[in-house]
Design a protein. Structure first.
Length: 275
DNA sequence: AGGTGCGCCTGGAGGC
DNA sequence: TGCCTCCAGGCGCACC
């Protein structure tokens, strides 16, 4: 389940594998993923050289020659796998396959098809419908840049830090982990945090994301890097998926609650409820 | 207008 | 063993 660290890891891997390569062919095995592929998608990729690969929020941006950018979101189970040499059998969930000018293959595999792809003009990228409303990157700004969005809403803080219009890249796992580190209950109204508390929480978000990137992300079920390697940060989870297990700080059993349809994990003792 | 909840998908886990 | 239900969750959208 790719969040910022997983997408960053995939983008970095792809950059070493693809930059300077030319796409020779593009095979689409279906009409689209979460959304239909754009008209002329395959033709727009073919024969272009990959110039650079970056990440914005959870989107992978592949800048191609000819001022086009291939945008990919991995959704929840999407994988971009780079292969040197032949693949004997094709995964039944492989939906897109590119061949490169060095004979390598880049395959997009996504069992749930929550992923998405588009091809946009690089010059118009900021105005793209997927990107135009995104908030700041958590590793590129300070807490003060996000503070207005935190103080202005009474929505529970966990939902607030997962809102991509407030700050991008924080999904369910890292939201729970950061709140634990900051000692803040996930149901606390966003506007109830003091600026000092927000500063502590924002630092925790940054720390968790940075540590996860160093670990190559978290592999639960589906996530792997473009090389096929797994990530290791899941071994460092302090609350996520640890309900009823002892808190590492105080031994109180980790609790689980459903918030906006998603599981939140927290320590009732280290993250006291706001009264 | 801000906040909530559902639907999109499949596979794995757990209950009976 | 097999069938059923639940859960995973990023994101857009319908709805209150």
């Amino acid at each position: 389940m790719p969040e910022l660290p997983e997408v960053e890891t995939v983008a970095r891997g792809l950059a070493t594998q693809l930059v300077g390569r030319r796409i020779q062919s593009a095979l689409l095995r279906r009409d689209g993923l979460r959304y239909p592929f754009p008209t002329g998608f395959a033709e727009g990729l073919v024969s272009r050289e990959v110039k650079r690969i970056t990440r914005r929020a959870k989107y992978i941006l592949v800048a191609l020659e000819g001022e086009k950018t291939w945008i990919t979101h991995l959704g929840m189970s999407g994988k971009l796998l780079y292969y040197q040499g032949k693949i004997e059998s094709v995964d039944k969930h492989e939906h897109v396959r590119l061949t490169l000018d060095n004979g390598a293959i880049l395959a997009y595999i996504d069992p749930r098809r929550f992923g998405a792809m588009d091809l946009a003009n690089t010059a118009d990228l900021q105005a793209h419908r997927w990107l135009s409303r995104l908030g700041p990157e958590p590793l590129e700004v300070g807490a003060d840049a996000v503070w207005p969005g935190i103080s202005a809403s009474s929505t529970p803080i966990k939902q607030r830090i997962m809102d991509a219009e407030v700050v991008v890249g924080v999904g369910n796992i890292y939201a729970s982990e950061a709140l634990f580190r900051a000692g803040i209950h996930p149901l606390s109204p966003s506007s109830s945090l003091t600026e000092k508390q927000w500063s502590i929480l924002f630092s925790a978000i940054q720390d968790v994301l940075k540590e996860a990137i160093i670990s190559g992300g978290s592999t639960l079920r589906d996530y792997v890097r473009s090389s096929g390697d797994v990530g290791y940060f899941q071994h460092r989870f302090r609350v996520y998926g640890r309900d009823s297990k002892a808190c590492g700080q105080c031994s109180t059993p980790i609790a689980k609650l459903t918030q906006a349809g998603r599981s939140s994990f927290y320590c009732p003792s280290c993250q006291p409820k706001i009264s």
